[in-house]
Design a protein. Structure first.
Length: 162
């Protein structure tokens, strides 16, 4: 009789054993490419949002085309680099988000985008090559992303605890 009651309860709910197992099972953690893409996705949002002041500045800055071209490469490189470093990949210990580091990130990302854009535009004006423009912007952005954990650690160690 006990088996009959259990069987009837399952059919009355309209579910089967496989569905119940799936609902009780712990969700699998993301790993590999899926985790990398998730990290890059969130880094893209972080860099885009915190980089808005730099992008707004570059809307009216001259020389128009080289600056925007270099800024595009800087933005893409910084987003992928932050996403790649965030998961502890490549031996880089990416700092966690804290209130003091949000301000540091805002200033740092804006400075990086502006520096890469102006350095790339300078390379374009001298050598008249879009390849040089892109390469300079990529190198500046990648170097800045690699240096960020040290900058964040220096600033975070000087921030008073509340």
């Amino acid at each position: 009789m006990c088996g009959d009651v259990e069987g009837r309860a399952v059919t009355e709910r309209g579910t089967d054993h496989a569905t119940e197992e799936r609902q009780l099972r712990r969700r699998d953690e993301k790993e590999g490419t899926e985790l990398f893409l998730q990290d890059v996705f969130f880094a893209l949002g972080e860099v885009t949002f915190l980089g808005l002041p730099a992008f707004l500045w570059l809307l009216v800055a001259e020389p128009n085309a080289p600056l925007k071209y270099a800024a595009l490469f800087s933005w893409a490189t910084l987003s992928v680099a932050v996403g790649a470093f965030r998961g502890g990949r490549f031996g880089v210990a990416w700092p966690p988000t804290s209130p003091s580091l949000v301000v540091v990130r805002l200033l740092y990302y804006d400075a990086t985008i502006l520096a890469a854009a102006y350095a790339g535009a300078a390379g374009d004006l001298v050598l008249r090559s879009p390849v040089v423009t892109a390469a300079v912007a990529v190198v500046v952005s990648l170097a800045a992303a690699l240096a960020f954990p040290r900058v964040a650690a220096a600033v975070d160690s000087r921030t008073p605890e509340w």
